[in-house]
Design a protein around this ligand. Sequence first.
Ligand code: ZN
Ligand code: ZN
Ligand code: ZN
Length: 102
Amino acid sequence: MSVIECAFCKGKGKDPFGLLSPLSICQVCLGKGKVSVTPPTIKCAFCKGTGIYLDKRITCTVCGGKGVVTVSEGAKTCSECKGSGQAPDGLPCLACRGKGVK
Ligand SMILES: [Zn+2]
Ligand SMILES: [Zn+2]
Ligand SMILES: [Zn+2]
């Protein structure tokens, strides 16, 4: 396990969009500002490491808002989405589940 800065709130621990209240804590790191991930990890292709789903104010469904995803050793760029993690319809690529590698 390694601990990284929470991408969704940029380590602030607050809900970046303050949807419920400006004092709401970040739902990804539960206010800690950090999240634990299991190496090896890569930047989430689908949200480009932002932890945000497309332009919406919700967490990326691929990485859960962490901004990185765990990959298997020797994973290769997904041939379906060419590493973008996006299917032609803009949803997460089904072949790699949005990771951009498989
Ligand atoms: Zn957070
Ligand atoms: Zn993501
Ligand atoms: Zn793909």
